[in-house]
Design a binder for this molecule. Structure first.
Ligand SMILES: Nc1ncnc2c1ncn2[C@@H]1O[C@H](COP(=O)(O)OP(=O)(O)OP(=O)(O)O)[C@@H](O)[C@H]1O
Length: 708
């Protein structure tokens, strides 16, 4: 920063030297002028070459953009100023620039001021610039626009209507001025009816095309939102389970709904508004310049002033908007967690605590919104003050023009009719710019999810007709992001045998099951199914052949049948009934009011724990699995039902893995593996384990039963 300032200072000094040299030579050679306007522009061009080379020397060939801008302004401002003087002095002969100290200082001062406003006002502060470059705003916006490709026809139609509407809009004030001028003259002038007809025609055109533009844009936007949400949801569904551990459901749902909506809305509506306002601005500027260039210049002065104010506001509001968005996601998450866990909340009488937590989250959002409200009102005040100041100057200038006969009342009225929408257009462009910049954060977050490559291995192609179901864990080591869970675990699950994984809470049993179901990938070691690594099997085939029934199975709201057939395309009701018969669950289902069409409620809330477990076992068995994992899956069934389930499961030579806390609950198991702190500490048959160090295990079991 200091280096840039120093280089800028040297450039200003060099510019002053060049300017002084020019004036000194003119004085010495007794020339009254430097060759008029042409001379000024030529001197500007020569000065640019010198200053540019000088700036290259100062910065080792890489002058910063701000220095380039300064050089440009130093060379451009004096000839532009002289050109303005030439145009203004059209009635008197133009004498050309004359040497004086004011002129020598004015150029460098105005250039430095313009650079300063540009750097501090229009480009925002250093932090914002850094952010913007990091997020690469333009790249993100262009990428968002690319998603509109399938809606090209809609967009062409929308922009077509937009331009037609804008053209009609632009001519309304002009025709209004014409009509008023005619009214103030001869009322029954022959062209009066024609002028009124023109006014009516452009007004109708404006209304019709604006309506069609809005409708077509909304259609394109709805289609984009649909596509983006579908794509994002698809990408999210492909992510590994660890991703969902790290990103809570509330935040993901907020990205999927509000962020995608906001992203499409901002880009589409802002593109619409910017194009509309830009075309309108240029058309209006042309008409306004024709009416009065003095008043037009005053109108244009408002723009950079408003830009500076708007820019500061955008930088501040961007930060706040992100904060409010995070608060919203957090609030939604908190409320949905409390509502879905209302039974737990009630049983612990934690309503007050939950209310307090929610109140605290709401309070955070209120503070952020209050700050946003204060910024917005200060911004509005400044904007109004700037507009008011300019308006007063314009009225003074208009009085002079009318009294000198350069402007008619009708033209002044037309001008004012243009001036208001003109500044609205400029404000709209600035607002869209600010809004787009503040949405860049949201867009980049959505894209970061869209671009995320799941950390899962690619799907294999194995789907053998015959599967034995032999599972081998080979030195498997696994850690969660913040915690090691399994250390070099090796075990074998035999087909037709029931293996039990026993151990205290947190010993790593569920982790083994999750790895076997490929919800996570081991960091070291391998898990083999019939000698092949799990990831080599086809995804769908693998999950049909290796099924899991957990202690608290997840059911979706819908009928029993829907839950049992979940994810299967060709499952007949006969097969479902047969499976239910085999595990003796037909009585449970036939007792229900609508049998297989009974609605289980949200999360299976209308069923008892045992009923849910029964449905989950049927759901697993209709898939004809070869490996079945029961993670305390029958803990809520009565002894007889448990026996029927185990008998059926073992009958067809399947590999069965049972997870339990206590040795006493896995007496039927052929092989027991005892896990502790993620390490296998003992294995063998039930009787062997009970006999071996019996006292040790009995003591442990007493401890576990107290835990559970
Ligand atoms: N998603 C997770 N993120 C981080 N750590 C986890 C996660 N799931 C489990 N852990 C940790 O990993 C270790 C093993 O957990 P695991 O659920 O496998 O134990 P477990 O034997 O099944 O316990 P329980 O019998 O209580 O179900 C524990 O210390 C647990 O805190």
């Amino acid at each position: 920063m200091i280096e840039v300032a120093a280089c800028g200072l040297f450039l200003l000094i060099f510019d002053a030297v060049l300017g002084s040299a020019l004036w000194a030579s003119l004085v010495l050679l007794e020339y009254p002028s430097c060759g008029g306007l042409v001379g000024m522009w030529a001197f500007g061009a020569i000065k640019w070459v010198f200053l540019h080379v000088f700036s290259m020397l100062l910065t080792d060939g890489k002058p910063q953009p701000v220095l380039r801008r300064l050089v440009g302004l130093l060379c451009l401002l004096p000839p532009v100023f002289e050109s303005g003087c030439f145009l203004k002095a059209s009635s008197e002969p133009y004498r050309g620039p004359s040497p004086n100290l004011t002129m020598l200082l004015l150029g460098p001062m105005a250039s430095s001021l313009a650079c300063l406003i540009w750097e501090k006002g229009l480009c925002g502060n250093g932090k914002m610039k850094k952010d913007s470059s990091k997020l690469d705003t333009r790249r993100l916006l262009m990428r968002t626009l690319k998603y509109f490709r399938p809606d090209t026809l809609y967009l062409i139609a929308a922009f077509g209507f937009l331009i037609l509407g804008v053209i009609c809009d632009t001519f309304i004030p002009l025709y209004q001025g014409n009509v008023i001028d005619m009214l103030s003259g001869k009322v029954l002038e022959a062209g009066f009816g024609y002028a009124v007809g023109q006014l009516v025609l452009v007004s109708l055109g404006s209304a019709l095309f604006s309506g069609m533009r809005g409708g077509t844009f909304m259609c394109a936007l709805a289609r984009l939102n649909n596509r983006l949400k579908h794509l994002l949801f698809h990408t999210l569904l492909k992510q590994e389970v660890q991703f969902f551990d790290e990103n809570n459901a509330g935040r993901l749902s907020s990205r999927l709904h509000s962020d995608v909506d906001r992203m499409g809305r901002t880009v589409a509506l802002n593109a619409n508004a910017v194009v509309r306002s830009t075309v309108k601005t240029f058309l209006m500027l042309g008409v306004m310049l024709r009416l009065s260039w003095e008043l037009t210049v005053l109108t244009c002065i408002e723009m950079p002033l408003l830009a500076v104010v708007q820019n500061k506001y955008s930088a501040l509001s961007k930060e706040l908007k992100e904060q409010i968005q995070d608060c919203q996601a957090q609030n939604a998450d908190l409320a949905s967690q409390t509502i879905s866990g209302i039974q737990t909340v009630r049983s612990f009488k934690a309503e007050k605590d939950e209310l307090r937590r929610y109140q605290e989250a709401l309070e955070q959002m209120r503070i952020a919104k209050r700050r946003s409200g204060i910024y917005s009102s200060v911004f509005l005040l400044l904007r109004r003050l700037v507009s008011l100041g300019i308006k007063i100057l314009m009225l003074l200038q208009a009085r002079t023009l009318i009294s000198s006969g350069k402007l008619s009342i009708g033209s002044l009225l037309s001008f004012f009719l243009y001036q208001k929408p003109m500044s609205v257009n400029l404000k709209e462009i600035l607002y869209c710019y600010g809004e787009t910049v503040s949405t860049v954060g949201v867009i980049s977050k959505v894209f970061s999810y869209l671009d995320r490559t799941p950390k899962c291995k690619e799907e294999g192609g194995l789907a053998p007709e015959k599967l034995q179901g032999r599972i081998v864990f080979k030195n498997v080591t696994f850690s969660y992001p913040d915690k090691p869970a399994l250390k070099s675990v090796s075990m074998e699950l035999q087909p037709g045998k029931m293996t039990a994984l026993v151990g205290p809470s947190g010993s790593g049993k569920t982790t083994c099951v999750s790895l076997l179901k490929r919800l996570y990938e081991p960091q070291e070691g391998q898990i083999l199914l019939d000698g092949e690594p799990l990831h080599l099997y086809k995804h769908k085939y693998f999950h049909q052949k290796v099924t899991l029934v957990s202690q608290n199975p997840v059911l979706f709201s819908g009928s029993l049948r829907y839950n049992i057939e979940y994810g299967l395309q060709d499952c007949s009701i006969e097969k479902v009934k047969k499976t239910a018969n085999e595990i003796k669950a037909n009585k449970i289902i036939s007792d229900m009011e609508n049998k297989y069409d009974t609605d289980v409620g949200e999360g299976g809330g209308r069923l008892s724990g045992g009923e849910k477990q029964c449905i989950a076992v049927i759901r697993a068995l209709v898939r004809d699995p070869q490996v079945i994992i029961l993670d305390e899956a029958t803990s809520k069934l009565d002894a007889q039902a448990q026996h029927s389930v185990l008998k059926e499961i073992l009958a067809s030579g399947r590999t069965v893995l049972v997870v339990a806390h206590q040795l006493t609950t896995v007496q039927e198991a052929d092989h027991i593996i005892f896990l502790e702190n993620g390490v296998i500490v003992e294995e063998g048959t039930h009787s062997k384990l009970m006999a071996k160090e019996g006292r040790y295990y009995r003591l442990k079991e007493e401890l576990f039963s107290q835990d559970s």
